[in-house]
Design a binder for this molecule. Structure first.
Ligand SMILES: Nc1nc2c(c(=O)[nH]1)N[C@H]1C(S)=C(S)[C@@H](COP(=O)(O)OP(=O)(O)OC[C@H]3O[C@@H](n4cnc5c(N)ncnc54)[C@H](O)[C@@H]3O)O[C@H]1N2
Ligand code: MOO
Length: 415
């Protein structure tokens, strides 16, 4: 390994140190799905807001257990939505969710009663105090923290926010990101026929699709030829569009047209590292641009782009969003695996379940960084550290989901 090739852990440390948490902004409840909460949600009210019935039945009161066989007059009716009602005993016909009339303390379900006349019932079961009553504040008490800062808001959080009547929340600003694909072989327009030597741009659509799932906002996407000047001009357009993070693909390796390092030097960027002891994606470059935007120069091979995004850009996005470092899952390996020493491998993998519902991780065939078909079959990444050369089936490996906000979803059974 050449001296300027960093271990992944050292490179990651540099990425994390260069990344800054973004300030919070206010977001309407209707638009906050998937955003990261910046300030904890503290309930300003009780949930339920009032004592109410868990059953359709009759609300009663008593100082002790009311015994089966007791007969009571029906004094009134309370349906969901009915407001304040004062009761002085007797039986009140009540519906599920209806506010318990003041003065009553328990509910007997209608099927445990016998109707003696239109105005009188007999109880067919004992009724204890508080039975079938959902008390005010029993789910959420006023002034308690109900959603922690750093939570990625999902529909179940919106259920809670809606119940609390919250119109807006404070969320971390989304990192604004630009995607620049380099290479004069690239064709963006699907309607354009490929000339000899040309290929379609697949990194651009991949990055533009993955970044929003990772919590970022894509503000600029551009394809540029193999030309340092054109690249520098595209960088300026990306910055003008508000990007604070720029992801480029290609032109960071050893070829004659691998101009990204020189272009960065020319605009006065500070290269923080170039080349990491990983596969794929070894020639990955990380720089700070004048004005403090960050640039990840991802190697052009499509799987190097996917790995660069998942294991370098996404950890930076987590810092910007105020999220802690990820903890990988530990999973038994389904198949044996061996690799080249001294490089950390990021493997296209599939989380699978066996007949008993046990999880295992299968390293897929076709790990070369130009092969995109296995990525389409993958639902996870397995990591084999630099110092390990071979693993037997059943060995535990670190597993990451397809994106830092996504849990890997196991695919069909082995059999
Ligand atoms: N002499 C050496 N050659 C290479 C080395 C090396 O160490 N010494 N490293 C190899 C590795 S590893 C990688 S990864 C690549 C990275 O190269 P670049 O970042 O300079 O990328 P390009 O040469 O521009 O492209 C590589 C490959 O990817 C295709 N590509 C590029 N952009 C796209 C896109 N937007 N969509 C689809 N495919 C794309 C491009 O056509 C090339 O096939 O260098 C190795 N070489
Ligand atoms: O690191 Mo490169 O991505 O192996 O092909």
């Amino acid at each position: 390994m050449s001296q300027d090739t960093l271990a992944y852990e050292d490179a990651l440390r540099i990425v994390l140190a260069a990344s800054r948490a973004l300030p919070a902004e206010t977001c309407a409840m209707s638009a906050c799905l998937g955003r990261v909460l910046a300030t904890p949600i503290v309930s300003a009210m009780d949930l339920p807001p009032f004592d109410n019935s868990a059953m359709d039945g009759f609300a009663l009161r008593g100082d002790a257990l009311i015994h089966a066989g007791t007969e009571l007059d029906i004094e009134g009716e309370q349906a969901a939505g009915d407001g304040l009602t004062q009761a002085r005993g007797g039986a009140w016909e009540i519906m599920t969710g209806a506010r318990l009339p003041d003065g009553l303390d328990r509910v007997i379900p209608v099927e445990q009663t016998e109707r003696l006349s239109p105005t009188r019932i007999r109880l067919l079961a004992d009724v204890a105090a508080a039975q079938n009553v959902r008390h005010a504040g029993s789910d959420v008490a006023r002034a308690t923290t109900v959603i922690r800062a750093g939570t990625t808001l999902a529909p179940q959080h919106l259920m809670l926010l809606a119940s609390l009547g919250m119109a807006e929340v404070s969320v971390a600003q989304r990192p604004r990101v630009a995607v620049l694909c380099t290479g004069r072989e690239l064709v963006d327009d699907p309607a354009q026929a490929l000339a000899p030597g040309q290929i379609r741009n697949s990194n651009g659509p991949f990055l533009a699709a993955r970044l929003p799932l990772a919590g970022a906002e894509v503000v600029h996407v551009e394809t540029v030829g193999d030309d340092a000047q054109a690249f520098a001009a595209a960088l300026q357009r990306a910055l003008a569009a508000g990007a604070r993070l720029i992801i480029s693909s290609g032109a960071v390796s050893m070829g004659r047209y691998d101009f990204v390092p020189q272009a960065l030097e020319r605009i006065g960027a500070q290269t923080l590292f170039h080349k990491v002891a990983i596969r794929p994606g070894k020639p990955l470059l990380f720089a700070r641009l004048p004005g403090d935007a960050l640039l990840f120069g991802l190697p052009g091979n499509p799987i190097a782009v996917a790995v660069g995004l998942r294991f370098f850009v996404e950890p930076a996005l987590r810092v910007m969003l105020g999220l802690p470092a990820e903890t990988p899952l530990r999973m038994p390996l389904f198949n044996a695996y061996s690799k080249k020493p001294r490089l950390r491998f990021h493997l296209k993998s599939r989380l699978r379940i066996d007949g008993e519902g046990r999880l295992a991780i299968e390293v897929l065939d076709g790990q070369e960084s130009y092969r995109i078909r296995p990525l389409a079959d993958a639902n996870a990444w397995a990591i084999v550290p630099a110092e390990i050369d071979a693993l037997a089936p059943g060995s535990l490996v670190d597993v990451y989901g397809p994106g830092h906000l996504e849990f890997p979803i196991p695919s069909e059974n082995f059999a």
